[in-house]
Design a protein around this ligand. Structure first.
Ligand code: SF4
Length: 706
């Protein structure tokens, strides 16, 4: 009998609802769920191909495995023995080196319940704050940008605002590829209201930029100069809302002198776009009845990501374009549950309920809610620093879940060296083809979509149920269950009184505990549980006990700061960390393709998706190709200060002269075991700790030439 199970797509943070048709242990088809309020039945090519990616064969990690010795093959292991082995190694490391010799590296692919279980394991049992996630590579600059200016990590807008905006500023986002369903919604809104203006800020002429009324093809990393110049124009033109600023913000006086330096002419010199275009963009924004900004990795994956986010949010605060229909700054989340991971506090810099681990009162609150005496005080290490600590021998045991850092972290050679240096690496994984498995000492078989139950939160703060449609194959278990099984065994060895902390009977119990921890916080959804989600469908936070969700934040002009006022922050423009030089003369940017996701662990299983683009290539402007004597399709060697790869090159007029573009997905056989991150720069934003994946200085030469 065929059953239809309502769930959510497991790729991007749009969070489209899906109906999974299953028979026995097979997924027969996946289609859009017309009742899901975020997507209303729409799916993109990746969502439509989900059924192709559900496997129960050797493409999956079906059993636990261990490696008796480095350099040897992985050997099968009974799952209970593997769980005991993990607990033994953790207990031994705790005894010999203490809690901060253990690190957890998680993923925005995990469900909120998985995050909650791992977070409790790391902080309440092991006693370390060394828990971070690949969401650090994704949205952490958006988090710090929101907190600096608005007081809380809370995207203020909702998807309906795409239908209602008059001016849409898309910055650092190729949403035609990365958030296709939202892009199509925007296209549909524009078709209905041709007066809508779309401005795209992107160094490349992407498919998103191609639909813009105005494309500002800025030099990588110069966004702060651009946004300051736009604000400067708005001030000179009298387009700011002085009354709104007076009543609801602070700090503009401190920023004013800064933005005066950025005349359109000065910004033209920095950003490489005509002053007249900057003036036009500012006027459309400032004169608009409702201006919406959509932004993602182009702002976030930067050594000045927090400043870029803040400078963009300033445009909204200065014009009062926030908290109203069609208006507001709106970060588009990369991963399906980066938001839920933040809510559960599964990051070194967060605690559950958007609390702060450096705040003693917050630590005490969480300890009381978990029923433990205290939480660790020593700061946790964010992703890049965590792998550095492994390389330096300070972290001895690393537990990696649902992510592929050997391929996805910047400066791949350094990360791989760290994985080799670790005393013990646990890799909890569903897919058998990831590069990180080569470094595993112990492999735990994980269930994945569509075998798991739980919840995710999408970009518009909407919490949806993810439902299992088929059982996991082999010995695979949900991630939270693997974490709890090891936690109970570890507790038996080191703190028997804490074993009960991990005795959940199911996902709903974890969610209920997690939701209670949001009480009184900005995101409060303590009145939400699985029964409410079952009865009412996906809900946005904050969620009131009377059943109301809040679609738009700050409608009353009261922000989440102590004094209720939003803050202008005097952020300087700081260039990219690695300038081009005679030796490395090209600016490399990286990005997504339409039909692949991250390192292709899942999308690589779909023939249809793979056919769209079958191999990676480096895009160069035709003038650079001619200058370098390169022909389209020939192999070139691309080098940065950290490593090199060999790839075909293509002439591509969408890339500016002096620039180069590489898709982020491929590695392994296509690139002699390397990936794009052999080239990228691990330098991080000092506040968000997000690495500058969007820019590296590189050299390109025909393969065979030195
Ligand atoms: Fe999935 Fe994102 Fe595509 Fe929606 S837009 S179907 S969430 S990949």
């Amino acid at each position: 009998m065929v059953r239809s199970v309502a769930s959510v797509c497991c790729y991007c943070g749009t969070g489209c609802g899906v109906l999974v048709e299953a028979g026995g242990d097979r997924v027969l088809a996946v289609r859009g769920d017309p009742d899901h309020p975020s997507s209303r039945g729409a799916l993109c090519s990746k969502g439509r191909a989900l059924a192709d990616t559900v496997r129960r064969d050797e493409a999956r990690v079906l059993r636990a495995q261990w490696r008796p010795k480095r350099g040897r093959q992985l050997q099968p292991l009974q799952l209970p023995d593997a769980l005991d082995m993990a607990a033994d190694r953790l207990a031994d490391t705790l005894a010999r080196h203490g809690p901060d010799a253990i690190g957890f590296y998680l993923s925005g692919q995990l469900l909120t319940e998985d995050y909650a279980a791992f977070n409790k394991l790391a902080r309440a049992l092991v006693g370390t704050n060394h828990i971070d996630t690949n969401s650090r590579l994704c949205m952490s600059s958006a988090v710090t940008g929101y907190k600096q200016t608005l007081g809380a990590d809370a995207p203020p807008a909702c998807y309906e605002d795409l239908d209602l905006a008059d001016t849409v500023l898309i910055a650092g986002s190729n949403m035609a590829y990365a958030h296709p369903v939202l892009f199509r919604r925007l296209e549909a809104a524009r078709a209905l209201r041709p007066e809508m203006k779309v401005v795209v800020v992107d160094p490349r002429r992407t498919d998103t930029a191609a639909m813009a009324d105005l494309h500002l093809a800025i030099a990588p990393g110069t966004d702060v100069a651009l946004f300051h110049a736009m604000l400067n124009v708005m001030v000179w033109d009298g387009l700011v809302d002085a009354d709104y600023m007076e009543r609801h913000t602070t700090g503009f006086a401190g920023l004013k002198a800064r933005i005066h330096e950025f005349t359109p002419r000065a910004a033209q010199d920095v950003c490489g776009v005509p002053a007249q275009d900057i003036i036009q963009a500012a006027r459309w924004f400032g004169q608009s009845r409702a201006a919406l900004s959509l932004y993602t990795m182009g702002l976030n994956q930067s050594s000045s990501g927090t400043a870029k986010n803040a400078a963009l949010i300033h445009l909204h605060l200065a014009t009062g374009q926030i908290g109203r229909p069609g208006a507001g700054p709106f970060s588009l989340t990369g991963q399906p549950n980066a938001m839920g991971g933040r809510e559960a506090g599964g990051m070194a810099t967060l605690l559950p309920g958007h609390r702060d681990p450096s705040d003693p009162a917050h630590r005490a609150e969480v300890a009381a809610l978990w029923g433990v005496d205290a939480l660790p005080v020593e700061p946790g290490l964010p992703a890049v620093a965590m792998f550095d600590a492994v390389l330096e021998g300070r972290i001895k045991v690393l537990w990696i879940a649902a992510t592929n850092p050997a391929q996805s972290m910047p400066d791949q050679a350094r990360v791989r060296a760290a994985l080799e240096k670790a005393e013990f690496v646990i890799v909890q994984e569903a897919f058998a083809g990831t590069e990180t498995l080569a470094y595993a000492d112990l492999v735990l078989p994980a269930a994945t979509w569509p075998e798991k139950d739980g919840t995710v939160t999408n970009s518009e703060r909407r919490i949806s149920r993810v439902r299992a449609a088929v059982p996991p194959p082999g010995d695979a278990l949900p991630d939270w269950r693997l974490a709890c099984e090891v936690a109970r065994r570890l507790a038996a060895r080191v703190a028997p009184e804490k074993a009960a902390l991990f005795s959940y009977v199911g996902e709903s119990e974890i969610f209920a505990e997690h939701a209670r921890m949001t009480a009184g916080r900005d995101l409060d959804y303590s009145a939400l549980d699985y029964a409410v989600l079952e009865a009412m469908g996906p809900r946005q936070w904050p969620y009131r006990p009377n059943g109301d969700s809040v679609a738009r934040l700050y409608a009353d002009g009261r922000f989440a700061t102590q004094d209720g006022r939003a803050r202008f922050v005097d952020v300087p423009y700081v260039p990219v960390a690695e300038p081009v030089s005679a030796q490395y003369p090209l600016r490399l940017t990286t990005g997504r393709l339409r039909d692949h996701w991250h390192t292709m662990a899942r999308t690589g299983l779909s023939l249809g998706l793979t056919r769209h683009v079958e191999e990676p290539w480096l895009s160069l402007n035709p003038s650079d190709m001619t200058r370098m004597g390169l022909a389209s399709g020939t192999l070139a060697r691309i080098r940065s200060r950290r490593g090199g790869v060999v790839l075909p090159v293509r002439d591509d007029a969408s890339v500016r002269p002096g620039h180069a573009f590489l898709p982020m997905h491929w590695g392994g056989a296509f690139m002699a075991g390397q990936g794009v991150n052999a080239l990228t720069n691990p330098v991080c934003d000092p506040q968000s700790h997000q690495p500058e994946l969007k820019h590296a200085a590189v050299a390109v030469a025909a393969a065979g030439l030195p």
